[in-house]
Design a binder for this molecule. Structure first.
Ligand SMILES: C[S@@+](CC[C@H](N)C(=O)[O-])C[C@H]1O[C@@H](n2cnc3c(N)ncnc32)[C@H](O)[C@@H]1O
Length: 234
């Protein structure tokens, strides 16, 4: 495989096999409605980062002209291709990583991050890339599970995190993704904090946020330095 193509790949074969089932379970318990809420205001040219199986595609409203969906995991990308063929708006799938997005500067009206900031090796660099690709004033639509605001629950998340992340394709329970978005120079327009309960019970990934942020100021320069931004110090 050519070096450039390899660079745009992320391989999580086990996670890629089980994620469609995890997602179907989550959607049966409320994630479907969360996806609708996430995308209700999207318009124009949209970039979706880490699109996975394309679970968001059915929920793009008709005001969206086109979605360019970036996904680095080959198996998930294949499933996204199938979902794109049935989507209500045109969707183009591209191989690529959030830290090095395959789109030009200021080329989209909106960016979608859905359950993806938890999984990125370098959140700071990825958000800097999102800011680069968004036009000034463009919208960042986000839906993420996050570190709990309750110190007790956050401690449980921290203890569980090593095993969780091993089983869930690098997903971290300990990230403050709202703060990471603010630190990257976005202004939060609205955000809803809630607990995603399954049959009335909390899970380690229950604390969630859904919202919209605007690109206002310049993004922080991207770095490829070690720790992912927004992680809680261990
Ligand atoms: C939990 S899944 C969420 C998928 C989808 N966004 C959704 O809402 O169902 C996390 C996604 O992030 C992708 N991902 C992991 N590392 C990435 C990277 N460096 N750049 C872009 N996407 C990445 C995974 O391949 C996977 O599709």
């Amino acid at each position: 495989m050519a070096a450039a193509a390899k660079k745009s790949q992320v391989r999580h074969p086990l996670f890629a096999r089980i994620y469609p089932k995890i997602n179907a379970f989550a959607e049966a318990h409320g994630a479907l409605e969360h996806r609708q809420e996430l995308l209700a205001g999207a318009t124009g040219q949209i970039m979706e980062v880490g699109a996975g199986t394309g679970a968001n595609f059915p929920h793009y409203p008709e005001q969206v002209d086109q979605v360019i969906a970036v996904e680095p995991e080959p198996r998930l990308r294949q499933l996204a291709e199938q979902a794109a063929a049935k989507a209500p708006v045109p969707v183009e799938i591209r191989a690529g990583r959030a830290e090095d997005l395959p789109l030009p500067d200021a080329s989209v009206d909106g960016a979608v991050l859905s359950l993806v900031l938890c999984s990125l090796p370098d959140v700071r660099r990825a958000l800097s890339e999102v800011a680069r690709v968004l036009r000034p004033g463009g919208a960042l639509y986000f839906y993420e599970h996050v570190r709990s605001g309750s110190p007790r629950f956050a401690r449980k998340q921290r203890l569980l995190n090593p095993v969780w992340s091993l089983l869930a394709g690098g997903c971290q329970l300990t990230r403050d993704s709202q703060q990471a978005i603010v630190d990257a120079g976005f202004a939060i327009e609205r955000v809803r904090h809630f607990d995603f309960l399954v049959n009335g019970r909390t899970t380690p990934s229950s604390p969630c946020i859904i919202g919209v942020a605007r690109k206002t100021g310049p993004a922080l320069p991207g770095t490829s330095s070690g720790a992912a931004h927004g992680d809680q110090a261990l």
